[in-house]
Design a protein around this ligand. Structure first.
Ligand code: PGA
Length: 251
């Protein structure tokens, strides 16, 4: 299973800034990426084509949407369909990022609809899960992860190829705060995710990638990436700079 080194640019960068960052990243990592790693960039809708024009055709690269609406087309002002993402070169899309859940108010059921519709439309999906600090303090980490996985993967067909589903464990309290989860907290959560995946996909749970996200930086990535059941990282802040993300990719 190849490790997935994923960037999430959130609502940052104009087209020209995105293209420049992509060019810097490409120049630093092309020809140096280990065989067992892949790179993904989730970019704002307006920059997807610009990023695709830089990386398009690199076999180790995946372009991703940050969000989508679970319908083919229609009267959904302001929304983007999986078909439109594919048209811009995307093979992946995020679903259930904590900012979508907690700022935009998306429910686990709606996230599950996006995951199943995205898969049905031919995208691979990255389901983001994770607890808030209040939930952690209340001892509810496993309960929250269990519910988000259960509902997020509710309608995924059993025959799905394992490489088309990625789970990203991102404790909300570690996102953008500089407060990275400790190795024990990461291993505990990822082991729980793996066990839950075993119940849902008994034949392929070991081939589904589970990423860690939350204040990953060039200085802590090398340690995180070697932890048990960590199959890659999802990086926000430290991915906005091409040089910094290149160090993470090659860590
Ligand atoms: P961060 O964000 O790396 O800035 O903590 C991670 C994410 O939101 O995916």
């Amino acid at each position: 299973m190849k490790k997935l080194m994923a960037a999430n640019w959130k609502m940052f960068k104009t087209r020209s800034e995105a293209e420049e960052t992509a060019r810097t990243l490409l120049s630093k990592i092309d020809g140096k990426i280990p065989e067992d790693r892949e790179v993904l960039v989730a970019a704002p809708f307006t920059s997807l084509c610009a990023v695709d024009s830089v990386f398009g055709g690199k076999p180790w690269f995946h372009l991703s949407g940050e969000n989508m609406y679970p319908a083919e087309e229609g009267a959904f002002t302001g929304e983007i369909s999986p078909h439109m993402l594919k048209d811009c070169g995307c093979g992946f899309c995020l679903a259930g990022h904590s900012e979508r859940r907690h700022v935009m108010g998306e429910t686990s059921e709606f996230v599950g609809e996006k995951v199943s519709f995205g898969l049905k439309s031919g995208l691979s999906m990255i389901l983001c899960i994770g607890e808030t600090i209040e939930e952690r303090k209340a001892g509810k980490v496993q309960q929250v992860i269990d519910e988000q996985l259960e509902k997020g993967l509710a309608d995924v067909p059993a025959q799905i190829l394992p490489e088309r589903i990625v789970v990203a464990y991102e404790p909300v309290w570690a996102i953008g705060t500089g407060e990275v989860a400790g190795p024990e907290e990461i291993v505990e959560a990822h082991t729980f995710v793996r066990k839950k995946l075993e119940k849902i996909f008994p034949e392929k749970f070991n081939e589904i990638r589970v990423l860690y996200g939350g204040s990953v930086k060039p200085g802590n990535c090398a340690e995180i990436i070697t932890l048990d059941n960590v199959d890659g990282v999802l990086v926000g802040g430290a991915s906005l700079d091409g040089e910094s993300f290149s160090q993470i990719v090659l860590a």
